[in-house]
Design a protein around this ligand. Sequence first.
Ligand code: GLC
Length: 567
Amino acid sequence: MRPARHPHPQAARSSGSHSDQGNLGWWRQAVTYQVYVRSFQDSDGDGVGDLGGVRQRLPYLRSLGVDAIWLNPFFPSPQHDHGYDVADYLDVDPQYGTLEGFDALVRDAHRLDIKVLIDVVPNHCSIEHAWFTAAVAAGPGSPERGRFHFADGRGAQGELPPNNWRSIFGGPAWRRIIEPDGTPGQWYLHTFAEEQADFNWRHPAVPAYFEEVLRFWFDRGVDGLRIDVAHGLHKQEGLPDHDSALDDELTGDPNNPHAWNQLEVHDVWRRWRAIADWYTASTGHERVLIGEVGVLDTAELAAYQRPDELHQSFFFEFLRTPWDVEQLRSVIDRGRLTVAATGSPVAWVLNNHDMPRVVTRYAGGAPGGPVGDIELGLSRARAAALLMLALPGSAFIYQGEELGLPEVTDLPEHLLTDPMFHRTAGARRGRDGCRVPLPWDSGRDALGFSPEPAAATTWLPQPDWFGYHAVDRQLESGESMLHLYREAIALRRRVPGITQGEFRWLPTEPGVLAFMRGDGFACVVNCSSRPVCMPVDGHVLHASKAEVGEKLPPDSAAWLLVRACDE
Ligand code: GLC
């Protein structure tokens, strides 16, 4: 089905300079770099990253070799959840820049052949969004309240929440408002923070509004959307109690069958896909949709990327898998055999802005807990990078992953900003530790994150040891994580066998993963703690440790060009 409206004239202009006919399907094996704008690069010295900073650093991203960037939300927002509480979907928060600055960023990125994906947040908006303030003002039963989930409370005075759902960030999923006449009144649903009100997707104004949002950004030339909480949106009619919820449950059940993963949500993705495809067909500039889908069942995840729905959905099972050979083998097979069976390849991911960084996870560390064995974590993360980048599909790299940044596990509590930390009274440490501003230059103020002289401190403090991981230092050492990533991404472009060959497991000794892509390329990963023999004969193209030779050291990986039998 075609969307009714024609694209804005600007679309013709932007697509004219960015037609990728002949490059359709680029996303199938793309490497996309996730930019957490707030922590990437500050261009105006306020200690907070911004779009101008992203623009300045495009040459760095070009030299890293990525195909695309995904920008975390930069829209006007009171920042209770760092931009995932959107107050206006059609503008840029002054802290992050301007719409003109956004256009300039897209233009420059396209000139460097880097695609730009933005983050759309359709499950909820900020309570400062004009629709929500209008709903509060309009009173119970009004059409304005119909666009959200307002309900009367239980109990004699309506003093209890309308149902027993818990917020994903902790505490009840409901907040009571004060009505315009000054009395305690109705409650509204917030599956995340109380400053994030859930939209009522059964109200026709809501889907219609978001279709306008899509067109607005596609008309500005964006190449795709990362869709927040894509398993959310609709709630079961009548908002029934969740049978197995406990009153003292710390956070909400991500599998609450009444709150998540309702069948109707697939109609929304079909409709959005039709819009994206319409833009692709009529401008020759492909637009893609990638979902953050929080369902635990692999087959259900795959359903979101059926051919007429989202192009891809992040494969978080890979991210959640520990450094264990059998678990890795089995998660890779689930991805290949269940997700990719939809016809769309797997979107592999090791890190993002919601999870402790992979170095720390593999090191046995945790936010607010032990630092872990960082050397070990780093070795494994290097090997995992080569593993991920050799698997069939696309890969998403989260900023700082290419520097091997560990999690900052010991940020002082009084500086933590994550609503999850506050709503669980500190029981969940939250996600600040993977969001610390990037170290660019070990010799400069704020490690080069802010311009000199830095007027303000960085919004989260950079620990002293961050300088050790700074980009300038990594550029000096051929063995740095940055070089490992750059070389691997460059090889993916140069050696077609890495991304195109048929996947086939190779027999190995215990503790080792090895697979071929086609007949010419192999990836071997040693997850064990002893050196192992290479299971296949070939020339080492790239390796995560310098000592790789006939033997593969513990916690390392190698890429091989395999010799034909008659050589
Ligand atoms: C997604 C985002 C996360 C945010 C949440 C609520 O999970 O990745 O950062 O807090 O949605 O919008």
